[in-house]
Design a protein around this ligand. Structure first.
Ligand code: PMV
Length: 365
């Protein structure tokens, strides 16, 4: 493997480069909520997630030699989408120092999600994950690497993709692996970093492999608080230090439970993490109540059915009203019957999404 710094390389200016990736979304088991005060988009605590391979973004990027002063042109499934442009412009500005080659190119970015926008599921994780992968790939081409084996700034291709994605959306950096992904320094995970996510090196017990996620859409409206504003609420939060300590501890315990197959303890940490995330929101100033009555109704039904069936499943939440039902794929049929018979009446227009966990991104060119 080569180790280059971009400033030392020759950039072929007249060539157009192209890359395309399918990148999954992911669901956090231990939540990232709050950033370090120093640095760019560094997490206040480590988090761990499963990728959601069936909920993904397909993104194609072409880098054309820049003729006018246009940094990028963006389309969503082939159609202009001006409302997405400020986020992409801000992202490209933030990575300009890391990717000086960008100055020489106009990027034509086309992205499509295979799940509807506004369903409250982390579309930015899939979208920025795919964009980070495309940029890391084109960066290698620009620097003349025949395959994806060039180390840029000491990072391999996956680390570099994760690093760039992180700057667009923190959680996106965890979408790069089929194994559980850890982002943020933790003593429990060797090589863990605040700069990019790493795949969990410890083996995962068979009882915690092959789980699935059904996202129960309780509310498909706009989020009442953006992630950026939500993370900022932790800066002056009276419980922030305690929360960051809890997340550190939970991550260490969860990794151990995943290795040993302690399913009940795993479930208890995952559900506690979801409720802690919402507790932090309810106790910030300004405060937010992101759960809806149907969120609570679904959680209660999940608890009742787990109590009566003894089966391995649990819920988690993102920063919104929708409920992720996580369950061992081996009980798929029973759980899908439960979803249809008991939970769908609480979903908006009966909407839900399904995904396997643990798939990695793919090149789509
Ligand atoms: O990646 P962001 O900045 O949208 O933050 C997402 C944070 C949560 O989804 C609420 C939790 C997580 O770790 O994914």
């Amino acid at each position: 493997m080569n180790n280059v710094h971009q400033t030392e390389t020759n950039i072929a200016l007249n060539t157009t480069y192209k890359a395309g990736y399918r990148c999954p979304s992911n669901i956090a088991l231990v939540k990232y909520w709050g950033k370090k005060s120093e640095g760019v988009q560094l997490p206040a605590n480590p988090s761990i997630s499963w990728s959601l391979g069936d909920l993904y973004a397909n993104t194609i990027v072409e880098a054309h030699p820049r003729s006018e002063n246009t940094a990028f042109v963006f389309t969503l499934a082939g159609e202009p989408k001006p409302s997405f442009e400020p986020k992409i412009a801000a992202f490209l500005k933030k990575i300009a120092g890391d990717c000086p080659w960008l100055e020489q190119y106009t990027l034509h970015i086309d992205s499509t999600n295979n799940f509807p926008h506004g369903t409250g599921i982390a579309s930015s994780a899939a979208g920025f994950g795919a964009l980070g992968l495309c940029l890391a790939h084109i960066e290698q081409l620009v620097h003349g690497a025949p395959s994806l084996d060039l180390r840029i700034e000491g990072m391999d291709f996956w680390q570099r993709s994760s690093y760039l994605s992180r700057i667009g959306s923190g959680s996106a950096c965890r979408s790069m692996f089929d194994k559980p992904a850890v982002w943020g320094v933790s003593e429990a995970v060797s090589d863990s970093s605040d700069l990019y996510a790493v795949p969990l090196s410890q083996p995962v017990h068979p009882s915690l492999q092959g789980w699935k996620d059904v996202v129960l859409i309780v509310d498909d409206g706009e989020k009442s608080v953006s992630s950026t504003d939500g993370h900022a609420l932790l800066e002056a939060h009276p419980y922030a230090a305690a929360r960051f300590g809890q997340a550190q501890k939970n991550l260490g315990l969860l990794v151990q439970d995943m290795a040993e197959g302690n399913v009940n303890d795993f479930i208890s940490i995952v559900e506690s993490e979801a409720l802690q995330l919402h507790a932090m929101m309810m106790t910030s100033r300004p405060y937010y109540l992101l759960m809806r009555p149907n969120t609570l109704a679904i959680i209660e039904k999940i608890w009742q059915f787990r109590e009566s069936s003894g089966l391995p499943f649990c819920f988690t939440l993102d920063a919104g009203a929708n409920v992720h039902l996580l369950f061992d794929g081996k009980i798929d049929e029973t759980l899908m019957n439960f979803v249809h018979n008991t939970l769908l009446p609480y979903c908006k227009n009966g909407q839900y999404l399904c995904s396997e966990t643990g798939k990695r991104p793919l090149s789509i060119l």
